[in-house]
Ligand binder design. Sequence first.
Ligand SMILES: [Zn+2]
Length: 103
Amino acid sequence: MTESTLEHAVQDEMRCPTCNARQAWSDECRRCKCDLSFLRQCWQASETERLGCLRELRAGHPDRALRHAHRYATFVGATKASRLVGVCSVLCGDWPNARTACG
Ligand SMILES: [Zn+2]
């Protein structure tokens, strides 16, 4: 799995990394029958981190949110997670990392 494999995944839809078929999340590709179960597990784990970050931000705990944001970035890549990491860094007062995250 590459960083970009999850980069284009959204809530309801994904692309098969083997044949590029667009489809709803599933354990098997509708076109090439590739096993997508590991990819789906990774996507679910990334969503858990993203939602955990948002939950901690809402609760007023930016330091905890930043930890979730960094874990989210390990799944989806620094580019896709940059806004989340940047916002958390700003709220933590970590200006150098906020600037790095937001480019
Ligand atoms: Zn496929």
